[in-house]
Design a protein around this ligand. Structure first.
Ligand SMILES: [Zn+2]
Length: 308
């Protein structure tokens, strides 16, 4: 059956458009063909004049077993199908991805049981421990138009950083306003009959012959995703490019706490040390400041931790 109507390595169904016939008449799909080419450093010609056996031998020299890798991927695919997908988020990996073979934009899939699958080519599952956001960053864009009709657009690269921890009480995370005050302040020195209008992140200034508009535009900042690989408990941190909107999407992913250590024999939770409790409260307080945890939730947890 293997290799009849499906790819030798994956379970892709073959058709006239996605089939690559190898030297031994075995067929693989174009997707597998291109990853084999890349992995083995083959060119277009010799990548077709190679047999399954040759491919397997060369992978073995690299310490890899292509058939097992594809079996793992197939198992993961089946697992995802059975468990069902809870949510999907696309992230732009800036650093830390080499450990799991990801970089640039990649889709994270969270299953109904909270496990996370990252790369379609990565057979592992992960748990999301936590996310962190550096806070929104803004640049000021200035555009001026003269009554004569000529207009100039200037981009000022002054980047203003808004700390997530400084959001006004009650503000929902993600509705952070640009530093309007800063923009307005830029005109403080120019007195006169100018009219100034401030609307959201935009400031418009008119005088007799010029109209100037400054706008605080959010630029990408950095966020972090702290993961734990389920197979070996390895901690992996991905640094990603994100703005407020991207970060809010990340918050739709469910985090899994590994803080609670259950004693395997008795099933009783180990008592937390004083340092652990203080550390946990500090972390919780930060979440309150970021607007992720409410004051009520914090108070309840504090009571519980301190046995009040
Ligand atoms: Zn294939």
């Amino acid at each position: 059956m293997k290799g009849e109507t499906t790819c030798w390595y994956c379970d892709n169904t073959l058709n006239i458009l996605n089939t690559v016939r190898l030297l031994d008449d075995k067929k693989i799909c174009t997707e597998c063909h291109s990853s084999i080419k890349r992995d083995l450093g083959l060119n277009m010609f010799n990548s077709k004049n190679i047999s399954i056996e040759d491919i397997n031998t060369r992978y073995a020299e690299l310490g890899r077993n292509l058939e097992n890798e594809h079996n793992d991927l197939r198992l993961r695919k089946d697992d995802i199908k059975t468990t069902g997908i809870y949510t999907k988020v696309t992230i732009d990996v800036a650093a830390g991805g080499s450990a799991i073979g990801v970089s640039g934009p990649v889709t994270i899939v969270q299953l109904n049981d909270n496990r996370i699958a990252i790369n379609p080519k990565n057979p592992d599952f992960y748990y999301l421990l936590s996310t962190e956001f550096n806070g929104a960053k803004y640049k000021t864009v200035l555009a001026s138009q003269t009554a004569g009709g000529s207009s100039t657009d200037t981009t000022e690269n002054t980047v203003k950083k808004g700390k997530t921890g400084r959001i006004a009480a009650g503000a929902v995370i993600g509705t952070m306003l640009g530093p309007v005050g800063t923009v307005v302040g830029a005109y403080a020195g120019s007195k006169g009959k100018d009219k100034k209008k401030v609307k959201g992140n935009k400031t418009t200034r008119h005088n007799s012959n010029t109209t100037q508009t400054t706008e605080a535009v959010e630029v990408k900042s950095l966020a972090k995703i702290n993961l734990k690989r389920i197979s070996d408990d390895r901690s992996i941190t991905l640094t990603i490019n994100a703005d407020t909107r991207d970060y809010n999407e990340l918050l739709s992913l469910q985090t899994v706490s590994t803080e609670i250590e259950i004693d395997q024999e008795t099933g009783i939770e180990e008592p937390k040390s004083r340092e652990d409790i203080i550390k946990e409260l500090k972390e919780l307080k930060e979440l309150v400041d970021m607007g992720i945890v409410t004051q009520e939730e914090f108070d309840a947890k504090k009571k519980e931790l301190l046995n009040l």
